[in-house]
Every structure is written in structure tokens, then in C-alpha cells.
Design a protein around this ligand. Structure first.
Ligand SMILES: NC(=O)c1ccc[n+]([C@@H]2O[C@H](COP(=O)([O-])OP(=O)(O)OC[C@H]3O[C@@H](n4cnc5c(N)ncnc54)[C@H](OP(=O)(O)O)[C@@H]3O)[C@@H](O)[C@H]2O)c1
Length: 386
């Protein structure tokens, strides 16, 4: 089996790469890497393995220089003779930004980039499976407080909170345009948050939102909404198992499902126990985000109900001497809060049925493993470049 993997330097792709490198059925793993030279691509790969002390087999894991933005990418891949025997493609690379200013880049990477990979993939003689890493959140903003099944989406009528989920939905349609159904495997993780093994997560993406809530302590969100989150090691294990499994479907949620969902309050309690010298998290609802922004600008009218939380406002004043930084954090947090309010849960019965695995642990059960890494996250950087 020869695998071609994109996104290996990311949160998901890195874990998948390490998993695949341990599988003896796989002889080669070609990784599409953005780098200026083979040497620097190899260095990037080496970092993936050294993070958790895994063995980097340079005979098996081979960098292929390339960028999804490059107009020549399909031609380069087609001309690369060492890739002619690729049997499985895992496309995990994406631009995952929720920021409106990144919309063009998101579209270019997630639709344009995927198209380039597909144009190469469709002429591979030995291609068995194209695994596309999508997202469960393609169901859109109108689906609220209920369990979502794989069969409901992609739904062209769905309204999207951010361009990112729209492009991930379009990606699924592109697959069908270029490849026969029997070669397509779509995995749709829910929210990937941290790692349940007590090791350093490969990227602070999404965990940033919890780190920010932890700093704020006064949270403009609904405390009881269902949060369907899964740790990255669970996602990578499921992806690896699906590649080898006898599959009854070609679309799978990788999610917590009804039984293993959590809530902002349950997560916050874990944080409160760990950082016990801070004020406990207080949830004041999403409608308080704008008043908080106004307060940070010094423009909140006297007598507003937000002032009832005066000890929290003092805490914010103390933590953020420069309140313009607080406004930057609120702007970064906004789309995460919108997603959290939807209370979407994603049915996980397909992976349990086909793989015979235990469901993921609920977020509030495993998140303590991530707490010591939370303080390392640069909040402003995460807010500016989400
Ligand atoms: N994180 C989540 O909660 C979540 C949830 C559901 C689904 N997903 C899906 O899971 C997949 C992986 O996400 P992730 O969290 O691992 O993202 P990530 O940590 O941001 O990693 C993104 C990866 O894509 C690569 N990439 C981005 N733009 C590229 C380009 N122009 N050319 C080549 N490579 C490029 C990055 O390479 P560089 O290192 O060179 O930037 C990196 O390896 C995505 O398809 C995402 O939609 C993620």
C-alpha cells in the first residue's frame, strides 16, 4: 500500500502520519509539504516524529514539495514518477481559518487546492481510496440543538456561519465530480480539541478558544449547550482504522455523538478545579458579547447589567492592561461562540458499528490532559491568525 498524505504538518495530519508509519501494510507514505527545499521538508517531517518521540523512517516517509496554491501542482504531481504507484490518498490539508479576511485564501486552498489534488488522483491507475477530511459542521447554522446524521449532508441549501464550512461542503461535491463513488471515503470530524493522552497537542488550533475562555473567566456563551468535541488521537485512530476496515458507508462522522458530548459548563468546571486561584467561570450568554466589546472600548452606558459582574470586570482590567487586546480576543472568539451556541451533536453510530470501537471520552473527562499546555498558548497570536 502506498499512501499520499496532505496536511501532515497539521494537527490531524501529523497524528495520522505517525499512525500510518507504524503500519507494516504500508510501504511508502508520500507527504505533500510546503518547503523551500527537500532538506527543510525533511526537517518539518522530523519535527512531527520527534514531538512525541516516535521513530522517523526516512525510507518510508518521503516528502513531496508542493503547495495547494501553486497553479502547477497537478502537473508536478502527474510528472512525479515515484507517485505512480499511490493506492491511497488522504487529503487533510486545508485552510481552517474562520476569519472573514481569510475567506479568499480559504477558498483557494480548500476548493482550488483540492481540485488540483483530484486532477492528479483521477489519473492514478492503482488508486483504491481517496480519503477526504471534511467537517461535520457542513450542516450549517440552521441546524440547532439536535443530533445530525451523515445522510443529511451535503445540503446545498445550508446557510454557513463561515466560508470555511461552505468550502468543506463544496469539497465533498467536487469529489463526486471527479471520482467514482467506490473510491471516495469522507470522514467528518466534529470539533477536534486537544489530545487525550497527556502529550503536547501538535497545534493550539481550537484549544485556543478554551485558553481564551480560561483567561476571560466571564464568558459570553450559553453554559448548557451541547459541545461535540473529540481529541485528535481519537480522530487519527479512527481515520487509520477506516482505511483498513471493511466499510459499509463512504461517509463517517468522527464525533462524540449523543452519549459523549460535553458542555461549556462541564469543561469550565475542570478548568476551575485546576486553576483554582482564579475566579470561577461565569457564563453570561452570547448576547453579552457586544456589551463586553463596548465596555472594553470604554463606551458601555452607566447602569448596564454587565456592571453587575464588577469583580470579573476588575479581573479583566487587571489581566488586560491594554483593553484593545481584549477586543482583539473577542473578535477572534466570536465565530467559536457562534458554533458553540448551535448545540449540534453528530451521530457516531457508523464508526462504532463498522469499527467496533469504544466511543470517544467526553470532553470534560479527557480535557484535564491538556491543561498544562493551555498556558503556553499565545492568545493574541491565535486571535489575530485564527
Ligand atoms: N481542527 C478541527 O477541529 C477540525 C474539525 C473538523 C475537520 N477538520 C478538518 O481536518 C483537516 C485538518 O485540519 P487541522 O486541524 O489538522 O488543520 P491545521 O492544523 O491547520 O493543518 C493544516 C494543514 O494543511 C496544510 N496546508 C494549508 N494550506 C496549504 C497549502 N496551501 N499547501 C499545502 N498544504 C497546506 C498545512 O501546512 P503548513 O504546515 O505548511 O501550513 C497543515 O499541514 C482539515 O481538512 C479540516 O478541515 C478539522
Amino acid at each position: 500500500m502506498e499512501v499520499f498524505l496532505t496536511g501532515a504538518t497539521g494537527l490531524v495530519g501529523g497524528e495520522v502520519l505517525v499512525n500510518l508509519s507504524k503500519r507494516t501494510e504500508i510501504s511508502k507514505i508520500y507527504c505533500l509539504i510546503r518547503a523551500v527545499s527537500v532538506g527543510s521538508a525533511q526537517a518539518r517531517l522530523s519535527n512531527i516524529f520527534s514531538l512525541h518521540n516516535d521513530e522517523f523512517d526516512q525510507q518510508k516517509v518521503i516528502p513531496v514539495l508542493g503547495d495547494l496554491f501553486d497553479d502547477e501542482l497537478s502537473a508536478q504531481l502527474i510528472a512525479n514518477e515515484q507517485l505512480a504507484g499511490v493506492t491511497n490518498i488522504i487529503h487533510s490539508a486545508a485552510n481552517t481559518s474562520f476569519a472573514k479576511v481569510k475567506d479568499d485564501l480559504v477558498e483557494k486552498a480548500n476548493i482550488g487546492g483540492l481540485t488540483k489534488i483530484l486532477l492528479w488522483a483521477k489519473q492514478l491507475l492503482k488508486l483504491d481510496t481517496f480519503m477526504y477530511v471534511g467537517t461535520a459542521t457542513i450542516c450549517g447554522r440552521d441546524v440547532k440543538h439536535r443530533l445530525v446524521t451523515e445522510a443529511e449532508t451535503p445540503n446545498l441549501e445550508a446557510n454557513h456561519l463561515v466560508k470555511y464550512t461552505y468550502t468543506k461542503m463544496q469539497g465533498e461535491l467536487l469529489l463526486k465530480k471527479h471520482l467514482p463513488e467506490n473510491k471516495i471515503l469522507v470522514v467528518r470530524p466534529s470539533i477536534i480539541m486537544g489530545d487525550s493522552r497527556g502529550v503536547e497537542p501538535r497545534s493550539p488550533v481550537i484549544l485556543w478558544a478554551l485558553a481564551t475562555m480560561n483567561k476571560l473567566r466571564l464568558v459570553p456563551a450559553e453554559q448548557y449547550a451541547s459541545l461535540d468535541m473529540v481529541p485528535v488521537d481519537f480522530v487519527a485512530d479512527v481515520m487509520t482504522k477506516l482505511l483498513f476496515a471493511k466499510r459499509n458507508y463512504n461517509v463517517y462522522h468522527i464525533s462524540a455523538g449523543n452519549d459523549a458530548c460535553t458542555s461549556p459548563l462541564q469543561i469550565a468546571r475542570v478548568f476551575d478545579n485546576y486553576f483554582d486561584d482564579m475566579l470561577p467561570h461565569r457564563f453570561i450568554g452570547k448576547h453579552m458579547l457586544n456589551p463586553l466589546k463596548l465596555w472594553a472600548k470604554g463606551k458601555l452606558p452607566v447602569g448596564h447589567e454587565l456592571y453587575e459582574h464588577f469583580e470579573y470586570l476588575e479581573h479583566l482590567q487587571y489581566e488586560f492592561e491594554d483593553l484593545s487586546n481584549l477586543r482583539i480576543l473577542f473578535a477572534g472568539l466570536d465565530p467559536y461562540l457562534e458554533f458553540a451556541e448551535l448545540g449540534q451533536r453528530f451521530d457516531n453510530s457508523r464508526i462504532i458499528e463498522d469499527l467496533g470501537i469504544e466511543p470517544s471520552k467526553p470532553g470534560h473527562v479527557y480535557i484535564h490532559h491538556c491543561l498544562r499546555y493551555i498556558e503556553k498558548i499565545n492568545l493574541l497570536e491565535g486571535a489575530i491568525d485564527p
